[in-house]
Structures are given as C-alpha cells and as structure tokens.
Write a protein that binds this ligand. Structure first.
Ligand code: UDX
Length: 442
C-alpha cells in the first residue's frame, strides 16, 4: 500500500530516508529550511557522497514520487505521516546533544496538524526526548491527542546508507503504550516490504527505542576502543594486533567486525553519541553506569596522538620543517564526511608542530578545504607524496591499498610509510625499500 509522508531534514539521514521511502513506492515530500540544498536535490543531485543514492533519488523524482519543499504548510496538508530526520549535533563546549533542530520541527509542524497524524522521530536523541516532544505536539496541534509521536531510530551506516535503509537488519519502533493507537499500524504499512522480508520488528516503549540507538553506538565505539587498547599493549610487547583480532574474532561471541585497530573512530555519530549518552546518564543520576565511556573516548583520542608521535619518530624526533603526505581525510572510506575525522585531526596536529602537510582524499577534498583551509591539498596521491619525508595513510580507501610501493618510492624524499588503518601489506612495502609502521603491529 502506498503511503504519503513528509520527511523533515534532508541531510544524510533525511535525504536517504526520503529517497528510499519513495523507492519503496511511497509518495514522499522532503522538507528543509536550506533552499540551496533543496535546489540541488530537486535537480537530482545528492549534496554528499553516498554510493548508489543519486540513482535512487533521480529515479524517484522522475517517477513523480519524490518532491521537495521549504513549506511546512504544504507538508502538513500533504501528509499525515511525518518523519523527523534532522541532526542532533554536540552542543558547543558541552557533551550534551543540541536538540534545537528536532524541537524546531515539532514546534513548526504541530500547530499545522488539523487531522490525526503520526510523527516518527528518526534522529538520535537523549532518552526522554520523545515523551517530551509528544506532550508538546499534543499541546500545540489543533488535532490535540490525535497527534502521536513515536520513535523509530535509524541505524544506517554512511557508505551503505541505501542498503541499510531498504534492507535494515532490524526495525525498532518506540510507542507510548498508553496513548498510542495508530503508530504501529502506520509503521507496518510504511515498512510492509521490509516486514515481508522477515526483518525483525521490535515494538517497544519510547525510552527503550531511544536507548537502543545510543546503546548500539556505545557498544560499537567500545568495541573499537577495546581493540585499540589491545593495540597499545601490542605496541608495548611487540605483538601484532591484526593477528590478535583475527584470532579472537573467530569466537562467534566476539566476532571479527569492528575490531580494526588504527587511528580510531570519528564521524558525525559515534563520538558525539557516546558523549551525549554520558551527559544524559549524568542528568538521570546514572552517570556511574557510563564512566567507562569516558575511557572509550580517551583511548580513541590517544590513537590520534600516537599517530603524531609515530610520524615524529619517523623523521627523527621533530616535525619542524619536514614534509608530510596525508592520504585520506574522510572519517572512513566511501564517504566525503570529515566531521570529527581522525585523519584531518592528525593532519592539523602535525601541521601545528611545524610540518608542511599535503592532503589527498578521493572524495573529501571540498569538505576538508572548508574545514581546514590552512592545510595544503594535492589532486592525487602521487602529488601529495611528492618530496615527502613520511607518507601517512589515514583512511583505508581502496585506492590507497592498491598503491604500488615501488612506484611511489620514486616520488618521495624518504621512504617512510605509517599505516594508520592497518590496511597495507607490510611485506610488499618493506620489499620495495620502505620502512613500514602500522598501529599495534610491527
Ligand atoms: C555509525 C554506526 O555504525 C551506525 O549504525 C549509526 O547509525 C551511525 O554511526 P557511521 O558513522 O557511518 O555509522 O560509521 P561506522 O562505519 O560505524 O564507523 C565509525 C568510525 O569507526 C569510522 O571512523 C571508522 O573508521 C571507525 N572504525 C570502524 C574503526 O576505527 N575500526 C573498526 O573496526 C570499525
């Protein structure tokens, strides 16, 4: 069955959700306050790099199932199903999440709701937010108690956003068990195709649904910091963390995924989500339960410092006057996202210590230049490495894995490579005359 829906926010989450809901056959209106972004989307252009999303966007605009607007009035008139997909960034100078964008959607939309409606929140929010927004929506809406707020967290990964949205590994829906009478039925219609594919569907209370998302990200962050802590011990004892990860990963209870040691996690989600989680637990008086996340954060930030130290060691103790090539700026491959990117953070720290740093990334150049305009940028990996004293591989793009060490050896000043993602073959580089250093491996 075709549903009509509005999706508020056309960033990573919102644009992907809107396009994928249209792909499922629904009629979708994407809403944003950013006129330029909407113009690009209307023209079929995805404002960020996400493999496969542009085809889905174009196909559904052409089919007439997907449109965009800045008008909340139009959205309220068009649909009785509304998704909130705006950002919840970290507040400046605090750990807590900034909920102003989510609140603005409810405050602008609810007064326009004259018919029964369901608002599904998809943004990552501190536990307790959905109940509060529900009360606010009921109070502001002419339709009053006929307006429901439910929480339907999004688990998509950048780089796999289309697949994760069309074929999620689970759908979680938080509803108010006392007040809700329609949200679950509406969600079953919206996600009918996924449910037919036997996607696990978990209906919970609002607080549990909110917590599922933060708990999942906290677990993933902890897993990465666990292996990075092992990397520190491996470094101190001349062991190899990549082999260790393979070996413990064979235990199905542990699993090999998310056990890649390196310069740690970044991006627009994991770092800010674990901090917001700690802040919220503090407000709830449960801060002790999450003190370990502070250590998870510490271990993660130490990896960046460690990379700077390794670069310094490679040039004999001082970075002053050296030339450093940085391959990779995105927080992970197949993305142009540089929010809290460990790679750019390391590049910036090294530059501050007096090195001339040249960065190359296959997709994230534009965003990197906007965030770190004082770094130098090259148009290819080879250009970035020309005359370099050390080459740092900081994002594991395939393009960097495929570099032929012999060829690159001809353009650098000194053949030192440091593999911040343990993604290169140490033997191949050493055979070609390079000194190779990984993270937590010899
Ligand atoms: C994450 C969650 O995975 C996703 O479910 C949630 O919806 C949003 O946050 P994303 O931010 O796209 O997704 O990136 P993810 O693939 O989780 O990687 C996060 C960071 O961890 C990256 O910087 C990546 O390089 C790093 N990472 C990942 C490691 O350092 N080691 C690993 O083994 C895995």
């Amino acid at each position: 069955m075709t549903c009509k829906m509005a999706v508020f926010g056309t960033g990573y989450l919102g644009a992907t959700h809107a396009a994928c809901m249209a792909e499922l056959g629904h009629e979708v209106l994407g809403v944003d306050v950013d006129v330029d972004k909407l113009a690009r989307l209307e023209a079929g252009e995805v404002p960020f790099f996400e493999p496969g999303l542009d085809e889905v966007l174009k196909r559904n605009i052409d089919a007439g199932r997907l449109r965009f607007t800045t008008s909340y009035e139009e959205a309220a008139e068009f649909a009785d199903i509304h998704f909130i997909g705006v950002g919840t960034p970290q507040k400046k100078g605090e750990f807590a999440a900034d909920l102003s964008y989510v609140e603005a959607v409810v405050d602008s939309l609810a007064p326009l709701l004259t018919r029964p409606a369901v608002i599904f929140g998809k943004s990552t929010v501190p536990v307790g937010t959905a109940a509060r927004l529900g009360a606010r929506a009921r109070q502001l809406a002419p339709a009053g108690d006929e307006v429901e707020v439910a929480w339907n967290p999004e688990f998509l990964r950048e780089g796999f956003a289309v697949k994760d949205t069309l074929h999620p590994d689970r759908i979680v829906l938080g509803i108010d068990p006392v007040r809700s009478h329609r949200a679950e039925d509406v969600a079953r219609e919206v996600y009918a195709q996924q449910l037919q594919e036997d996607t696990p569907f978990l209906v919970t209370d609002l607080a549990t649904a909110e917590l599922v998302k933060t708990a999942a990200n906290a677990f993933l962050a902890t897993k990465i910091s666990f292996i990075n802590a092992m990397a520190e011990v491996c470094e101190a004892s001349s062991a190899d963390v990549t082999v260790l990860a393979d070996a413990i990963g064979h235990d199905a209870r542990i699993g090999r995924r998310f056990l890649n040691a390196g310069i740690g996690f970044g991006g627009g989600c994991l770092p800010k989500d674990i901090r917001a989680f700690m802040a919220r637990a503090g407000e709830l008086g449960a801060d002790q339960a999450l003190t370990f996340l502070r250590e998870v954060d510490n271990i993660n930030m130490r990896r960046r410092t460690r990379m700077v130290e390794l670069a310094k060691d490679a040039v004999g103790g001082s970075l002053l006057g050296t030339r450093i090539a940085v391959l990779g700026a995105a927080f992970k491959p197949d993305s142009d996202d540089v929010r809290d990117s460990p790679a750019l953070n390391v590049a910036g720290q090294i530059q501050l210590q007096g090195a001339a740093v040249t960065v190359y990334d296959p997709q994230a150049m534009k965003n990197s230049m906007a965030l770190f305009p004082t770094l130098s940028y090259a148009s290819s990996a080879v250009e970035a490495c020309r005359g370099a004293d050390v080459v740092l591989v900081l994002t594991e793009w395939n393009e960097f894995r495929q570099i032929v060490p012999q060829a690159l050896g001809n353009v650098v000043r000194n053949k030192h490579v440091i593999d911040g993602r343990n993604c290169l073959d140490p033997a191949a580089w050493r055979t070609a005359g390079w000194t190779y250093r990984g993270m937590g491996r010899l």
